[in-house]
Ligand binder design. Sequence first.
Ligand code: NAD
Ligand code: DAU
Length: 341
Amino acid sequence: MRRLMVTGGAGFIGSNFVRYMLEKYPDDFIVVYDKLTYAGRLENLQDVAERFGDRYAFVRGDICDAERVEATLRRFDVDTIVNFAAETHVDRSLMEPGSFIQTDVYGTYVLLEATKKLGLERYHQVSTDEVYGQVLEGRSVESDPLQPRSPYSASKAGGDLMVLAYHESWGLPVTISRGSNNVGPYQYPEKVVPLFATNAIDDLPLPLYGDGMQKRDYQYVLDHCEGIDVVLHRGEIGEIYNIGTGSELTNLEMTRIVLRTLGKPESLIKHVEDRPGHDRRYALDVSKLKALGWESRHTCEEAIEKTVRWYAENEWWWRPIKSGDLYREYYRQQYGKRLAE
Ligand code: NAD
Ligand code: DAU
């Protein structure tokens, strides 16, 4: 029985994780602590509030706000923090890196300080394969050096290093997981699979960066959540665990799966100017987590198909986002010139 504070729990992976944990552990209590940035949405947790009202609470707050973090931990008698809260989109980190450094590095420090002060039983940091940098050959193992190349991945690497520093310096009971690209329900349609699926549904062009030969390991979000659950219950303190399918697709292959699932033509693909510093490939060795008994349940292809079907069946969720002023302004900045060329 655990009392968790899930930071960033109103976002894509966090909301899937909260639902997964409350379903699986009938004695657990979860308080979601989330700033509700553009990426955090209470709709993602609507059914959770209805189904698990007595074992679930929501607090709107910033992980950089030390007083509010501490007050929430005390109020709900939390023993474990699982930190999903972050600025997460690489393209936005190229437009405005400041909020990434603030939340992903400073915010992590605030949570670690609270963990230390209150003597919590566990702190888990949700990190990313991007901290290893691009991997042109072979696969990243957990002991590899960090070589992040974007403001997003550099900020996440900073967070990871701070977590490890608190473990070394004060013996904090920490674990870190590093996941590959997630796909699934409730992913904000700025990330490539939901962006391409929703554009294709509306017969709009799919802006594929550069040659489309970059490789990513697209994993189903619930496989990632299960991996974090295994680390929380069977992982060793002070250790890092990679989570992914251990295979990969090129972006062009991913795009073709999206189009095929929707029965749309490949003429919707539009090659556009590349992302600056675009990492060519990420690839994880996931044998350390597998040794704890975890196994990915979906291939990259199955994960993408299942996700695209969810977007086709859940227009209520993404249409209001895509038609909003905030999103349209972001789309204009990111794609206006690219698509006009
Ligand atoms: P997301 O962008 O969908 O959600 C992020 C959430 O964090 C939002 O609910 C947002 O409101 C909240 N948040 C942002 N800043 C905050 C702050 N200062 N205080 C409190 N809450 C704040 O992100 P996601 O894709 O669900 O990613 C979750 C975590 O998983 C991140 O740490 C990310 O780095 C990591 N990760 C993501 C992927 C992926 O493919 N999406 C893969 C590996 C790891
Ligand atoms: O690898 C894990 C990471 O995956 C997470 O840590 C990040 O939070 C998450 O955003 C994701 O990062 P990527 O940059 O890999 O994801 P994104 O969906 O932005 O892009 C996936 C690939 O698709 C990448 O090679 C860039 C390409 N792409 C993306 C967009 C948005 C395009 O070709 N066109 C696009 O419009």
